[in-house]
Structures are given as structure tokens and as C-alpha cells.
Write a protein that binds this ligand. Structure first.
Ligand code: G6P
Length: 609
């Protein structure tokens, strides 16, 4: 999704903005631009494509100056070309960058055109620039005019604005899309997330919904939506143990897959001790609250929703609580029945996904007992707006296709399940067994990672395929879904997942020798059923790619390509079997030569609905 960076300083800011744009690349984008005030004029440079293209253009045409805004755009209104790239100008002295969607832009556009404004892009953003110009005709104060314009806008947005006639002010606003202010010494910044600004500061003000800010070299004024001046809450960014560079790996995604044993362990740390789940996961007072839980509702998008689907199997089996899982964009717009005593859980790597955030707000209105965010980004909107949070310790995840965030979500969800189960009669013996099984996982993941060259060899069979099918049963069904999602996200091969029992209700019609069928087949109580499904595939000439453990007793034979995985506790299979599927899609994508870390059309952080 779009990324914003802005700076007001005494030094030249173009390198700072550019570095920020590079750091925001992981979010997904299709064009980039920058506008800087050089003391006299406002100069702008934009390029379709990668930030590197803007970088190259800046070498030929440097933009000097110490007040500027920059942007990476993920197209919503208008094609991803230079003309639609941000910043957008009104006249030659005012520039705007925008993340989000202005829903009521069309009426304003018509009105502004009648007043003689010329539009040079197809974006909704340009309306904001001209509205502000119009407002400044009657309101001499820049920040006041800006807030008057904000009050007129409907939709979701984060904005950064500069004006050549007001060179000591960088203005910004946040409603529905994330924005932070980076606090420097005698210089200040704005960014879509702290990562964009870590090269210049580690102190941040996280803007709240509806906030606007007027930023100068030595002063920051933040107002809430009612217009009250806010006390500044400056937080120091906690650097995690993982750095945000690729290190020895060819892609972030591969690095992040290989980090999983470590970050999984880190997510367990402090929450389990001596074979038991920490009794006060959320503190003493909250323990009583958790005892009052009568039902669980989980909401998420994308990969995070698959973690929720796995957790449903665990929660219903170990706690006896009814557990529903729903995609956030569905939940928020339909009439739902909230069971009394519902613990409402949101799952999100970023904590900024627009639909998940909106669902959380809706859930509060619908009367949840408590809201809990399982999230990877401290200080994110989701964390700040939830009653409770359980942080995953995945560290920065840069690859658009989520990997380590998913397995650490599963770690957090298993811990939560055990904590709820304990309060509902889980025996100490069973608890110790499951805690030991959780602890054994990092080492088993390491074992799976040693199989990467075998998985790479399997991947060659997929390279020329157009379609594929993933089958699983029980908690391995959502893992099949996650495997299929990974493959389509980064290799662009159409991949569908089915609960294996559904095979003969439709997908079997697709099976032939051109349709690789992946099965996740640990030797558990559902294995015999799954074996029958695999035979149905073989009988139609389908090629099977089977991820199984030694106890599954499935041998390599014609049509069966078997990857043997370590044996793991049945409750932990979903976690372990994720890893080889991630590697499979990674290697398929590498062989096909796609952009693994930034797949086409996708964004890491989906901050518009
Ligand atoms: C995007 C990302 C996915 C992610 C989903 C939900 O689609 O590309 O990797 O699973 O958003 O993101 P969240 O940050 O809420 O987990």
C-alpha cells in the first residue's frame, strides 16, 4: 500500500526521503515521487515503477532543499503511471501526498473544475490539493485551512502537505490510515511507519484517529478531531533482535523462513515456564476476565485468517469454548450474533489492516466481553485500540508473503488456547505434554529447513504448471490453504485448497497429470481417510506431492513424490507442516523468476479496504 515520508530540517532532505521510500518498498507500490521546497520553488520528480527509478532520476536531477514530502503509490484511482504518481500539486506551490481513499472526491472535483481548477491526474488525491488552495483564498493561516479541508473529507486517509509560501510548516493528518511523526533534534519527520524513519530517529508520536499535526523544526502541535491540542506522547522505538536487512539470503522471504525457529522460541519466551503456561498472561485482573469467556470470535485477513482457522481446531478441542473465525471484510458488513461472553480476537502482522481494524471497532459496538489483538507491531493501531494484546516476536517482516508472522501467530494462539484450557480443567499432565511439544518445535523446524534442497528439487515439477491443488484434513486443512495462498501470491500459479474430504464434490474433475496435488499428511488419526483421497487422485493420473512423517508409511512410488518430515505432537503438526510449504512456494517462485519479495499487485500492509 502507499507509503508516506516527509521531513522538515535544516539539512538537505532528499536522501532521507529516498531512504524512507526504500524502507517502505516492502509495503507494495507501483510508482514513486518526491517534492521538495528549495527556498524559492517547489520542485517535483515522479517515476512509474520502482523507487530505484526515482533514485536514478534524482541523480540526474537532484532536488535540493530542507522541506519535502515523498510517496510510494499503490494505485487505487487511476493507472499506475507517472501522471498519477504523488505528490500532487495545486498550482506550483502546494504539494500533497496521500495514502487511502477519499470517498466523496467526485463532487468536489466537479465543483473545483467549475471554479477553473485543472486536473492533471485521475486520482482522488488531487482534489485535496485544490480544495486547500481554495480554502487558502479566505483563510490565511495554513494549518487552519488544512483542518477545514480535512473536516470535509470522507473516507480513509493519511496526508502530508507542504506549501512554498509556508516553508516552516509540514502538515499531516491521519484518519483510517497509519501515520507517525518522527521526532528529531531541530528537525522532524513523518512516515507511514517507524521503519521508514529509523535512519534518522527512534522517537515517535503515533497519531490517533482523526488527529492533525503542524510540524516545524522545533515544535510539533497535534490536534484531535475535536480540535483540542494534544499532549505529546513520544515513544522510543524498541529495536528487535532481527535486523531489517537481507543478510546472506537472496530474498527477505527466505531469510524470514529461516528465522522461524528463533522467532518462534522468542514468542514462547516468558509465557511458558517449567512445563506450564504462565498464569498471568495478561496480568492478575485479566485472569478473571478470561475465566468469564464463554465464546471466542477470531477476525483477520489473508494469512492471519489461516492462523485463526487453525486455532479454532485447538480452542474447541482443548477448551470446549465455541470458536468462530471470519474474514474481517465479511464480519464488518454483515449482521452477526455476538454470543454472551465473547472474547473477540484480531490477528494481524501489521496491526494496520483496514478491514481488521474496522472489524475491531464494530465488535466493540456489538458488545464483546473483551478485545484481544495478537499482533507483531508494537504501537500499531490494533494494539492501541484493543483491551488486551499478545505480541508475536517475529521482528520486522519485509517479504509481502507472510511467513514467520504466521508461525509466531500460531505460537501465540497455542499459548492462549492452553491458558484458556487451563482455567477450564486441562490437566497439569496434558498441559506439560503440550508445553513440551511446543518447546520441541524450533528444533524440528531446524530439521525441516535442512530439507530445503530436496524441496527445491520438488519445486522444479511446478515451474511450468498453471494450476495446483492443496489438500489437508483437520487443522492441516487451513495449512493447505496457507500453502496454496503462498504459491499463488509469489509464483502466480493458480492454487486452490480443499479439505480432502471434499475432493469428490468437485475438484476431482480438475485432476489430470498437469495438476500437481499437494497433500499435508502427518501420520495422525485422519491419515487413512487422506490416503483414500490420494488414491482417488492417482486413479485419475494426478501427481501427488506428499508432506508426511515416517509414521505415515507413505512411500515414494510412481505418482507419489514424498517428503519425509520429523514426527511431531499431533497438536503441533499444523505449525511444523507450514514450513515446507513456504519453502516449496519460495523455490517455485525463484525458478519462475518472479519478484519474490514484492509480488505484482500485492501490498504488505493493506491500509485501505
Ligand atoms: C496482506 C499481506 C498478507 C497478510 C494480509 C493481512 O494481504 O500481503 O501477507 O496476511 O495483508 O495482513 P495483517 O498485517 O493484518 O496480518
Amino acid at each position: 500500500m502507499c507509503g508516506i515520508v516527509g521531513a522538515i530540517a535544516k539539512r538537505s532532505v532528499s536522501a532521507i526521503l529516498l531512504e524512507g521510500q526504500h524502507r517502505l518498498e516492502y509495503r507494495g507500490y507501483d510508482s514513486a515521487g518526491m517534492a521538495i521546497f528549495d527556498g524559492e520553488n517547489l520542485n517535483r520528480l515522479r517515476r512509474a515503477g520502482k523507487v530505484q527509478q526515482l533514485d536514478d532520476a534524482l541523480k540526474a536531477t537532484p532536488l535540493p532543499g530542507s522541506l519535502g514530502i515523498a510517496h510510494t503509490r499503490w494505485a487505487t484511482h487511476g493507472q499506475p503511471n507517472e501522471r498519477n504518481a504523488h505528490p500532487h500539486l495545486s498550482g506550483e506551490r502546494l504539494a500533497v501526498v496521500h495514502n487511502g481513499i477519499i470517498e466523496n472526491y467526485a463532487g468536489f472535483k466537479a465543483e473545483l473544475q467549475r471554479k477553473g481548477y485543472t486536473f492533471t491526474s485521475d486520482t482522488d488525491t488531487e482534489v485535496i490539493a485544490h480544495l486547500l488552495s481554495e480554502e487558502l483564498k479566505t483563510e490565511p493561516e495554513f494549518y487552519t485551512a488544512f483542518r477545514q479541508v480535512i473536516a470535509k473529507l470522507e473516507g480513509a486517509f493519511a496526508l502530508g502537505v507542504i506549501h512554498a509560501d509556508f516553508p516552516d510548516q509540514l502538515l499531516c493528518a491521519r484518519k483510517g490510515s497509519p501515520l507517525v511523526i518522527g521526532v528529531g533534534i531541530g528537525e522532524n519527520f513523518i512516515g507511514s511507519d517507524p521503519m521508514a524513519l529509523l535512519q534518522v530517529t527512534d522517537r515517535f508520536i503515533y497519531l490517533n484517529e482523526g488527529d492533525t499535526a503542524c510540524i516545524s523544526l522545533n515544535e510539533i502541535r497535534v490536534h484531535n478531531s475535536e480540535g483540542s491540542l494534544q499532549a505529546l506522547d513520544i515513544k522510543r522505538y524498541e529495536h528487535g533482535t532481527q535486523s531489517a536487512d537481507k543478510g546472506q539470503y537472496k530474498h527477505y522471504m527466505l531469510k524470514e523462513i529461516f528465522e522461524q525457529p528463533g522467532v518462534f522460541q522468542a514468542t514462547l519466551a516468558g509465557r511458558l515456564e517449567q512445563g506450564r503456561v504462565n498464569d498471568a498472561l495478561f496480568g492478575e485482573q485479566e485472569s478473571q476476565l478470561m475465566r468469564d469467556v464463554k465464546a471466542v470470535q477470531i477476525i483477520a485477513c489473508g494469512t492471519s485468517s489461516h492462523a485463526g482457522m487453525v486455532a479454532r481446531y485447538w480452542i474447541e478441542e482443548l477448551t470446549g469454548l465455541p470458536c468462530q473465525v471470519e474474514i474481517a471484510s465479511e464480519y464488518r458488513y454483515r449482521t452477526t450474533v455476538t454470543l454472551p461472553g465473547t472474547l473477540f480476537i484480531t490477528l494481524s502482522q501489521s496491526g494496520e489492516t483496514a478491514d481488521t481494524l474496522a472489524a475491531l471497532r464494530v465488535a466493540k459496538e456489538r458488545g464483546a466481553l473483551a478485545t484481544l489483538a495478537i499482533c507483531n507491531v508494537p504501537g500499531s493501531s490494533l494494539v492501541r485500540e484493543s483491551d488486551l494484546c499478545l505480541m508475536t516476536q517475529a521482528g520486522p517482516e519485509i517479504g509481502v508473503a507472510s511467513t514467520k508472522a504466521f508461525t509466531t501467530q500460531l505460537a501465540a494462539l497455542m499459548i492462549l488456547t492452553l491458558s484458556l484450557a487451563k482455567q477450564r480443567g486441562l490437566s497439569a499432565e496434558k498441559e506439560a505434554e503440550l508445553v513440551a511439544a511446543l518447546y520441541s518445535l524450533p528444533a524440528k523446524m531446524e530439521e525441516v529447513l535442512t530439507l530445503s534442497s530436496r524441496i527445491e528439487a520438488l519445486a522444479t515439477h511446478f515451474a511450468d504448471k498453471q494450476h495446483s491443488l492443496f489438500l489437508g484434513r483437520g487443522a492441516l486443512y487451513p495449512i493447505a490453504m496457507e500453502g496454496a495462498l503462498k504459491l499463488k501470491e509469489i509464483s502466480y500459479i493458480h492454487a486452490e485448497a480443499y479439505p480432502a474430504g471434499e475432493l469428490k464434490h468437485g475438484p476431482l474433475a480438475l485432476v489430470d497429470s498437469d495438476m500437481p496435488v499437494v497433500t499435508v499428511a502427518p501420520g495422525n488419526e485422519l491419515l487413512e481417510k487422506l490416503k483414500s483421497n490420494m488414491q482417488e487422485v492417482r486413479a485419475r493420473g494426478g501427481e501427488l506431492y506428499v508432506f508426511a512423517d515416517v509414521e505415515a508409511g507413505i512411500d515414494e512410488q510412481e505418482g507419489y513424490h514424498v517428503l519425509s518430515l520429523p514426527k511431531v505432537h499431533p497438536m503441533m503438526e499444523a505449525i511444523l507442516y507450514t514450513v515446507p510449504l513456504q519453502l516449496l512456494s519460495y523455490y517455485v517462485a525463484v525458478i519462475r523468476g518472479t519478484d519474490v519479495d514484492q509480488p505484482r499487485n500485492l501490498a504488505k500492509s493493506v491500509t485501505v479496504e
